[in-house]
Design a protein around this ligand. Structure first.
Ligand SMILES: CC(=O)[C@@H](O)[C@H](O)COP(=O)(O)O
Ligand SMILES: NCC(=O)COP(=O)(O)O
Length: 240
């Protein structure tokens, strides 16, 4: 089964636009779960432009499925996840000024560093996932860090999907097979939406979780949050 983790960054973006508590992020997380989300993802960025560090603390007390906290393992980020101990930490090498995540890890270059961070997070009981591009040598190097899972960075898949889904997915399919051989769990995310999700799910072996935020929250403006989450879940229905 491929689980849907709803990324609620954009709900915090909206809240922060006015400085009050509308929409209420914690209530939104509860509602996402009630509507069918099987996890909640947040990506606190250093400038706290959407998710604040305090949100992550508060969410831990509220989320009943799984809390997935994404970010670059800076000292502040590591202190936060040490305190909160989410079910999953996804390591993303984003620069502080990046508009959104725009690159995966170079796991070859940062192998030793990642090995230390992964060991530290696993010792606290967190599942660890490393965000990376679908490149064989990056997947192999990730496996040597002891990470539980990798998250395939799907921006290129999403960009090229409409030009030809098969070609767009090919590197991801190969990376997924390699991950399976190496005993790595598999997540995927970034720019997934109602157009491209079902194909990814049907053709990516061993896909355990997708985290989706931007498109899902945009769709919810038109379709409503409950209906939207149900539509995304439907794209992930088990393959017979
Ligand atoms: C890790 C990742 O892929 C991101 O998509 C992310 O969490 C989205 O972040 P923003 O909501 O800040 O664009
Ligand atoms: N890990 C990806 C994620 O959480 C959401 O990415 P996006 O759907 O906002 O592009």
């Amino acid at each position: 089964m491929t689980k849907l983790s709803v990324n609620i960054n954009k709900i915090a973006t909206l809240r922060n636009a006015r400085g009050h508590n509308r929409p209420d992020l914690l209530q939104a997380a509860r509602d996402c779960e009630r509507f069918g989300a099987q996890g909640i993802t947040v990506h606190p960025r250093p400038d706290e432009r959407h998710i604040r560090y305090q949100d992550v603390r508060d969410l831990k007390a509220v989320v009943t499925t799984e809390l997935n906290v994404e970010g670059n393992p800076t000292p502040d980020f590591l202190a936060l996840v040490h305190e909160v101990r989410p079910e999953q930490v996804t390591l993303v090498p984003d620069a502080p000024d990046a508009i959104t995540s725009n690159a995966g890890w170079n796991t070859v270059q940062h192998q030793d560093y990642l090995r230390q961070v992964v060991a530290d997070l696993k010792s606290m009981g967190c599942r660890v996932s490393i965000f990376l591009d679908p490149v064989a040598e990056l997947v192999r190097a990730a496996a040597t860090t002891g990470t539980d899972r990798i998250e395939l960075y799907t921006e290129d898949y999403a960009r090229y999907y409409h030009a030809g889904p098969e070609a767009a997915l090919r590197p991801y399919h190969e990376a997924a097979l390699l991950a399976q051989d190496l005993g790595l769990g598999l997540n995927a995310g970034h720019d997934l939406d109602l157009d491209n999700l079902a194909y990814l799910h049907q053709h990516l072996p061993g896909l355990q979780e997708v985290s989706i935020g931007h498109a899902l929250i945009c769709d919810a403006l038109y379709l409503g949050l409950e209906n939207t989450i149900q539509l995304y879940r439907r794209q992930l229905k088990p393959i017979k």
